[in-house]
Design a protein around this ligand. Sequence first.
Ligand code: CA
Length: 232
Amino acid sequence: MARILVIEDERDLQRVLDFNLRQAGHEVLSALKGQEGLALAREKLPDLVLLDLMLPDLSGTEVCKALKRDPRTSGIRVLMLTARGEEVDRVVGFELGADDYVVKPFSVRELLLRIDVILRRGASEQPGKAAIDFGSLKVDREAHRAWVAGAEIELTPLEFKLLVTLFERKNRVQSRAALLDDVWGIQADVTTRTVDTHVKRLREKLGAAGDYVETVRGIGYRFVETPGQAER
Ligand code: CA
C-alpha cells in the first residue's frame, strides 16, 4: 500500500493504471502532463512515480531530473514507462536515477510486480542514505555505529564496512574475492581466509541478527532478508 503518482498523457492507459493500482490497494494520483506531475509530486510526496517518457510538455527525463535534483523529492522512486525505440532515453533514465522501467505495451500484472519490488527495497536502502533500519538491525553509517535489538554492538572499521557492503548487495551472493576487493582493497597480505574469519566474527557480534549473513557454500556470502532458506 503506497501513494503512487501516474504521469501519463494517454488517457486510456491512465485509466487502466488508476483502476489496477487502486485494486492493488494503492492510493493513486494522476497527471497528464509533466509540469502538473512535478507540481503534484512536490505537493503530495508520493512513494513512487510512474513516469511516461513522452509527455506533451516536459519529457519524462526532465521530470525525473527535476525530482532527483530537489532533496525533498529525490527519494521518490521512479519507474519509467517507455515506448519501443526509446533506447537512448531509457539509458538516460537510469543515469538520472530511475529505479526501473517497463516497455510499452506491458502487462499490468508485470508492472504491479515491478512496483512491489521497488517499494519493498525500502527507503533505507537507497545508496548514500545514512541510516540502515532492517529488522532487529540498525546502522548509522556516518557515526559508524550499529545496534542489534536496541543494544549497541562494537564493530571494527573492517567489520563495519563488511556489514554495510553485504547489506547494500542484499540477496546477492558476494564472492570472497569480490569482498576482498571491495572491503579490504588490494592488499598483499590478506587472503580469502581473512574474509571467512571476519565474517565469522561479525556474525558472532551480530548475535541474533547474524542469521542475516548466510554462507553460500563454495562461493561466498550473502545478506538475506529471510534467514534460514539457504545452508549456513
Ligand atoms: Ca506519452
